[in-house]
Ligand binder design. Structure first.
Ligand SMILES: [Zn+2]
Length: 110
């Protein structure tokens, strides 16, 4: 597996974790919660405070992710919005973009 696919899969895994976090926050009627950083570093343990509305904004596109400031890798992604507590990045490198879109848990809804 090449490095870019590996990094894309790591990010997709963090996205799956955040989907579960968002589900339980909704179940408990929370407005905001602590999400995990969705960067390509498998050892990253940063937590990002975000509202569920902000989270939905990130998930509206299968190629956008939420990352702690400075965790972006400019060879595969670019920052599209700075939210203060986290940044929204879009995957621009073609292999990474295709991989995360293919693994998008919401793809069937799009
Ligand atoms: Zn990170």
């Amino acid at each position: 597996m090449d490095d870019q696919v590996k990094r894309a899969r790591t990010e997709a895994l963090f996205r799956d974790v955040n989907e579960r976090i968002a589900e339980s926050a909704e179940r408990f009627d929370a407005d905001s919660t602590q999400f995990v950083c969705e960067c390509a570093d498998a050892d990253c343990a940063d937590r990002l405070e975000a509202t569920l509305d902000e989270y939905e904004e990130v998930r509206a596109d299968g190629a956008t992710f939420m990352l702690a400031d400075g965790h972006e890798h400019i060879d595969i992604e670019r920052v599209v919005r700075r939210k203060g507590r986290f940044n929204i990045v879009e995957k621009v490198q073609s292999t990474v973009r295709a991989t995360v879109r293919r693994l998008n848990p919401r793809a069937e809804l799009a």
